[in-house]
Design a protein around this ligand. Structure first.
Ligand SMILES: NC(=O)c1ccc[n+]([C@@H]2O[C@H](COP(=O)([O-])OP(=O)(O)OC[C@H]3O[C@@H](n4cnc5c(N)ncnc54)[C@H](O)[C@@H]3O)[C@@H](O)[C@H]2O)c1
Length: 252
C-alpha cells in the first residue's frame, strides 16, 4: 500500500511540539501541501521556517480567530482544504493535583486547548471539505480519552473523552458529505518538556512499571502517531470513520 496525498491540502494544529510536527512532516512527505498552526508563534516559527510551511498563529479556542485563520489557509491553498489534524491540546503546563485545589482558570485552559478549539476548527474547515465532497478530520485524543490519565489531571481526562465523543458525532454529521472523522489515542510519548519531566518524576521503578505495561516494551514515538495519521488521511481509509484508534504499543 502506497500513501499518496499529492494534490491534498492539509492543516495541522499544535505544530510547536512533537506529535503535530511529526504529523505535518509525514503528510508533507506523502505529497500534501501542509500548513501549520499553533498559539505559540515563537516555537512554531522555527519549525515552519525550516520546513517551508506556512504558519498561522492564533488561539483555536477563539471561534472568530479560528474561522479567520481557516479563511487565510484557504486563501493560500486556492480554496482547498482536505485534511484537518486537530493536534493542539496537551496539559498546558499543568500537573495532577487534588480535586479541591483545581481552579476555574486551570480547568478551562485544558478544555479550551483540547476540546473547544477542536470543535471550532472542525466547524471552520467543514464547509471547504463539504464543497468538494471529500475530507479527513483527525483528532489527536489520548489514552486519557478512554480511561483515567497517567497525568492525573481531571480536566485532561474529561476533555479528551469529550474529544472522542466529538470525533464520533462529526463522523455521523459529515459522513454523508464524504468526510471522515477519527480520533487517534496515543500512549505515552516523550514529545515535549512536560512529558520529559513526567517521565523523570516516575523514577527508575515507575519507568520500569510503565514499560512493563506496554506490550511492545517501549515508549511511543511521535512518528508512530504520524504514520497512523497519514493512513487515516488517505483514500485507503475511506471507510474508517467514527473510530478511536489506540496507538500505544498495546497498553490499552
Ligand atoms: N505526548 C504524549 O504522551 C501524548 C499522549 C497522548 C496524547 N497526546 C496529545 O497529542 C497532542 C500533541 O501533544 P505533544 O505531546 O506533541 O505536545 P503538547 O501537548 O505539548 O502540544 C500541544 C500543542 O498545542 C498547542 N496549543 C495548545 N493550546 C492551543 C490553543 N488554544 N491554540 C492553538 N494551539 C494550542 C501548544 O502550544 C502546543 O504546541 C496533544 O493534543 C496531546 O494532548 C500527547
Amino acid at each position: 500500500m502506497h500513501i499518496d496525498l499529492s494534490g491534498r491540502s492539509a492543516l495541522v494544529t499544535g505544530a510547536a511540539q512533537g506529535i503535530a510536527q511529526a504529523v505535518a512532516l509525514q503528510l508533507k512527505a506523502c505529497g500534501a501541501a501542509v500548513q501549520v498552526a499553533d498559539i505559540d508563534g515563537e516555537r512554531a516559527a522555527a519549525f515552519a521556517r525550516s520546513n517551508g510551511l506556512s504558519l498561522h498563529v492564533f488561539d483555536i479556542a477563539d471561534r472568530k480567530a479560528a474561522h479567520a485563520a481557516v479563511a487565510d489557509v484557504l486563501k493560500l491553498s486556492g480554496g482547498r482544504l482536505d485534511i484537518l489534524v486537530n493536534g493542539a491540546g496537551g496539559v498546558r503546563g499543568q500537573v495532577g493535583q487534588a480535586i479541591e485545589s483545581v481552579d476555574e482558570a486551570g480547568w478551562s485552559a485544558i478544555f479550551d486547548a483540547n476540546i473547544h478549539g477542536a470543535f471550532w476548527m472542525a466547524q471552520a474547515c467543514a464547509p471547504a471539505m463539504q464543497a468538494r465532497g471529500w475530507g479527513r478530520m483527525i483528532h489527536i485524543a489520548s489514552g486519557a480519552g478512554l480511561r483515567p490519565s497517567l497525568t492525573g489531571i481531571q480536566a485532561y481526562t474529561a476533555a479528551k473523552h469529550a474529544l472522542v465523543g466529538l470525533a464520533k458525532q462529526l463522523s455521523q454529521d459529515l459522513g454523508p458529505h464524504g468526510i471522515t472523522s477519527n480520533a487517534i489515542a496515543p500512549g505515552f510519548i516523550l514529545s515535549n518538556p512536560t512529558t520529559q519531566r513526567q517521565w523523570e518524576a516516575y523514577g527508575v521503578d515507575g519507568q520500569q512499571r510503565l514499560l512493563q505495561s506496554i506490550h511492545t516494551r517501549r515508549l511511543g514515538e511521535a512518528q508512530d502517531i504520524a504514520s497512523m495519521a497519514a493512513f487515516l488521511a488517505s483514500d485507503h481509509a475511506a471507510w474508517v470513520t467514527g473510530q478511536v484508534i489506540s496507538v500505544d504499543g498495546g497498553r490499552s
